[in-house]
Design a protein around this ligand. Structure first.
Ligand code: BGC
Length: 422
């Protein structure tokens, strides 16, 4: 079976994880604090701010047709209200390079990191954040709009509810309003680097509303409004740009008796976002594994399961399960992330093969999927875990910044060239 014409075969990265020296961002501050809860700082990362041309050329050579990367708010607006023309010019070059190599660019406007100044204002609990975010998106789109065929406003807009659903709920009734910012339990777990980081960011741990940790209802509402505001300005400035949000979705597999619990998870992680997605062109689906749900909630992986470097189950069939379920959003879907962290590249190839088989079954049944982006193009900075997990199709020697293409990259490239498995 072949995939529809113009199916997007791509790979994805995020600015902070690959560019290096994202020094005006909140994460940079936190990573570099004594006692930090990050395994190591991001440092030069993959130096992609300098080496983007070589990386994009490589993706084209492999046969991939699209590249999803993020524009970094902290670079474009390093101080509140002060926009960097140089940073916007840089991203113009990146976009033009994609077009030059026949790669369709997909831009993400927010991928976890925010400018450090936003934390002083209250971060993702601050009611003015959606307008600030839209102002940044507008600064970019007014210059670069015609070069951006696809835009994801916010990466994993549901990450906070996802984290909340995994956190112990001492008092179910109160849990949706607390914790504001980083709750006490989490603050203890994150150690002294958190307090030092909050000081450096001009705030306090309880008010430091990093995107990922803002689990309150207010925070979730701010994120949703940031999405709708951003979509509005994108559509105003560049009506042909296809806009979507991306959501982290696991394949929730309820065991008998736990159907309602799994339904609740779907409601919180997907259905809740549907009103904000009204007017979007696509839904970005991001899936890495399944989650077996029993009456006691999400279970750690099944006994004896093969685990990835992330500690969760190697389960390529998860994507198929999620796509079938998420189709009820009624939007075309693009798999904006899916991948596996493993030191054994043959397992990555196997993961891709089984995933693409699942995609084929979905398409055969009429599920509307328009693209697939493997996470990630490069072995990169896996947030708090540092550089240990390797998701990449391409290895990076971070002393020399030399790239080495893995077999799995050639495998995905061949699928892209043939528009399907042969
Ligand atoms: C995120 C990426 C991350 C990947 C692998 C996704 O949730 O968007 O930034 O590296 O998962 O853990």
């Amino acid at each position: 079976m072949t995939f529809p014409d113009r199916f997007l075969w791509g790979t994805a990265t995020a600015a902070h994880q690959v560019e290096g020296n994202n020094i005006a961002s909140d994460y940079w501050v936190l990573e570099n604090m004594p006692g930090t809860f990050f395994a190591e700082p991001s440092g030069d990362a993959c130096d992609q701010y300098r080496l983007y041309r070589q990386d994009i050329a490589q993706l084209g050579e492999l046969g991939l047709t699209s590249y999803r990367f993020s524009i970094e708010w902290a670079r474009v607006e390093p101080e509140d209200g002060r926009f960097s023309r140089a940073a916007i010019a840089h991203y113009r070059d990146v976009l033009q390079t994609c077009h030059e190599f026949g790669i369709t660019p997909m831009v993400t406007f927010h991928h976890f990191t925010s400018p450090r100044w936003l934390m002083k204002l209250g971060g993702w609990e601050y009611e003015g954040t959606p307008e600030r975010f839209a102002a940044y998106v507008s600064a970019v789109m007014s210059e670069l709009g015609p070069l951006v065929p696809y835009a994801c406003t916010i990466n994993e807009a549901n990450i906070a509810p996802l984290i909340r659903s995994l956190m112990p709920k001492p008092d179910e009734a109160e849990s949706s309003h607390a914790p504001v910012g980083i709750g006490e339990g989490m603050a203890d777990a994150l150690g002294p680097g958190l307090k030092a980081g909050a000081d450096a960011l001009g705030t306090t741990p309880d008010k430091m509303n990093l995107f990922m940790f803002t689990t309150s209802d207010t925070g979730v509402a701010v994120v949703k409004r940031a999405h709708t505001e951003a979509r509005r300005v994108i559509k105003e400035l560049s009506p042909s740009t296809q806009v979507g949000i991306t959501l982290a979705l696991s394949d929730f597999q309820p065991r008998p008796g736990a159907e309602e619990i799994a339904d609740r998870m779907w409601a919180e992680l997907l259905d809740d976002f549907l009103p904000a997605m009204d007017g979007d062109d696509f839904l970005g689906v991001q899936t890495y594994t399944r989650a077996v749900v029993t009456e006691d909630g999400i279970q750690p992986h099944p006994q004896g399961a093969e685990l990835t470097q992330m500690g969760y189950e190697f389960y390529p069939e998860a994507l198929e399960g999620v796509l079938r379920r998420a189709a009820r959003a009624g939007l075309p879907m693009i798999v904006t992330e899916n991948g596996v962290a493993t030191a054994d590249d043959s397992r990555r190839t196997e993961f891709i093969r089984r995933t693409v088989e699942g995609l084929e079954r979905c398409l055969a049944d009429g599920v509307d999927v328009r693209g697939y982006y493997y996470w990630s193009a490069l072995d990169n900075y896996e947030w708090m875990l540092g550089y240990r997990p390797t998701f990449g199709l391409i290895a990076v020697d971070r002393d020399t910044q030399r790239r080495e293409v893995k077999d799995s990259a050639r495998y995905l490239g061949a699928i892209a060239r043939g528009n399907g498995l042969r």
